[in-house]
Design a protein around this ligand. Structure first.
Ligand code: FES
Length: 104
C-alpha cells in the first residue's frame, strides 16, 4: 500500500507501507511529522488525527469509540477526520491523508 501524507503547509511525503500496518504506524516508523500516535493505537490519545483526502473502500469504517475520541482532538474535526491508527492498510491500497497543524 502507498500512503501520501500532506502536512498543513502542503509538503508531501509518500511512503510504501507494509501490509497490515496502520496509517499511524507507517508515519511513525518512517519519521513522517504531523502524526504522534502517543497511545500506540489503542484509541485513547487522538494524537493520530488526520483528514482522509483520498480513501479506499477497504479501509475500516469508523467505530463509535473513534467517533467519540475525535471530539477530543487538538485541531477541530472535519467531515473527513479519522484517527489514523484505525486506518489499517492492505494490498494495493492508495491512501492520501492531510495532517493537522498540531496534535497537542
Ligand atoms: Fe492514540 Fe490513534 S494512536 S488514538
Amino acid at each position: 500500500a502507498t500512503v501520501v501524507y500532506t502536512d498543513h503547509e502542503g509538503s508531501t511525503t509518500t511512503v510504501e507501507a507494509s501490509e497490515g500496518d496502520s496509517v499511524m504506524e507507517t508515519a511513525v516508523r518512517n519519521g513522517v511529522s504531523g502524526i504522534v500516535g502517543e497511545c500506540g493505537g489503542s484509541l485513547s490519545c487522538a494524537t493520530c488525527h488526520v483528514f482522509l483526502t483520498e480513501g479506499d473502500d477497504r479501509l475500516p469504517e469508523m467505530s463509535e469509540m473513534e467517533d467519540e475520541m475525535l471530539y477530543g482532538s487538538a485541531v477541530d474535526r472535519e467531515d473527513n477526520s479519522r484517527l489514523s491508527c484505525q486506518l489499517k492498510l492492505c494490498g494495493d491500497m492508495d491512501v492520501h491523508v492531510t495532517t493537522p497543524e498540531t496534535q497537542v
